[in-house]
Design a protein around this ligand. Structure first.
Ligand code: SF4
Length: 367
């Protein structure tokens, strides 16, 4: 029987880095393989973060690269084969080829637990591999299980089996409450999310042991082990915790999160970059492009060179148009207005404002 592997991907973002530190400190007995998928176009801060982390973890972080035999950076190699067709939110070939495919090759057919740094304060699921041998676990959340596992557990067709598991692992004094909830049907007012919350409210470890026991009869990778230390975990981690984990460890917060002041037409504000990933990533907002132009002009120039074949990173304007002085002023003013509106309903942290206004983005690049 193949041995179960535990893997954790370092994207260069704060959350996956903090997760690596958290897992090392909280669950030192889990032998985790760390990896990072390098497009060859990451920010310098990402490469530095990976090195810092290696020092802290005392373990090598495996560099995965697509097209290993090519002398070019993986991104450039693929781009050339596509005739200069730049990726975009609609045609995100870069994530698939340079991140997901290399990861799936790395794990092969081995049963794998993949730890993902989505936080408790985020409402997103992130990348779930379609491969049956890869199971995602979310240690920062109260609900460490992936959507597909929960769907299976709550499926009416599996109710009898779940009840049998429950009778094996949950204290008899609590069984009736669990059964009542598991049997209750969802409605517009009693949603599936509410049902799940109530189940967790009855006892996080109890619920986790129930799921774990249920998984023993499935082909999920966790069915390959007799115990799993995260079943007893009750803590959750939110954004502030992640910054604290990075600071306390000495690994540090990636430099691109540092807020830099600017002034436009007498109005003051600050900007930074909200995510890791390639320096030219098409997910960045216009204010982040301005940040790149003003703070890393060499990188901006390189990003502009990719537009030579007629494709552009943004749908509505080229980078050459974006850096026209009047356009930069307009982008900064619009950003100041938007920040003021968003600040009312959020933490007020700049990185939140930038992130919250985006759709999910690329979980494998930014977590
Ligand atoms: S960071 Fe952006 S450009 Fe780079 S691989 Fe991810 S989605 Fe593509």
């Amino acid at each position: 029987m193949k041995k179960l592997r535990h893997v954790l991907g370092i994207s260069g973002g704060k959350d996956s880095a903090a997760l690596a530190i958290y897992m090392r400190n909280k669950f030192p007995d889990i032998d985790i393989e760390y990896y990072t998928s390098d497009t060859g176009k990451e920010l310098d801060e990402t490469y530095r973060l990976v090195e810092n982390l290696e020092g802290y973890l005392g373990k090598k972080i495996v560099r995965l690269k697509a097209f290993e035999d090519s002398p070019e950076a993986p991104f450039d190699h693929k781009l050339k084969s596509l005739g200069g067709f730049l990726p975009s939110q609609r045609f995100r070939w870069c994530t698939k080829t340079l991140k997901l495919d290399v990861f799936e090759r790395f794990v092969g057919d081995d049963p794998v637990i993949s730890y993902v740094g989505i936080r408790h304060d985020e409402a997103r699921e992130g990348y779930i591999s379609k491969k049956d041998n890869i199971q995602s676990i979310f240690p920062f959340r109260r609900n460490i299980w992936s959507e597909d596992v929960i769907n299976k557990l709550l499926a009416p067709a599996n109710l009898n089996e779940v009840i049998s598991c429950l009778e094996r692992v949950i204290d008899s004094s609590k069984q009736d409450r669990f059964k009542h909830l598991l049997k209750s049907t969802t409605s517009l007012t009693f949603t599936r999310e509410k049902k799940l919350d109530r189940l967790f409210d009855l006892g996080v470890p109890d619920f986790n042991y129930l799921v774990f026991n249920f998984l023993q009869s499935t082909a999920y990778p966790l069915s390959k082990c007799d115990s799993f230390p995260l079943l007893d975990k009750v803590d959750v981690q939110i954004r502030e915790d992640v910054f604290k984990i990075l600071e306390d460890s000495g690994v540090g917060i990636p430099g691109y999160y540092k807020e830099i002041d600017f002034e436009v037409n007498g109005k003051k504000s600050s900007y930074c970059r909200s995510r890791s990933g390639c320096y030219f990533c098409f997910y960045q907002q216009k204010i982040e492009w301005v940040w790149l132009y003003e703070q890393h002009p060499d990188k901006f120039k390189l990003a502009m060179e990719y537009e030579k074949d007629g494709y552009t990173w943004n749908d509505d304007l080229s980078l050459g148009e974006l850096i026209q002085p009047e356009r930069i002023v307009a982008i900064k003013e619009e950003y100041i207005k938007r920040s003021a509106r968003t600040k009312k309903g959020s933490s007020g942290l700049l990185v939140d404002i930038l992130e919250d206004s985006e759709a999910e983005g690329c979980a494998s690049c930014f977590i």
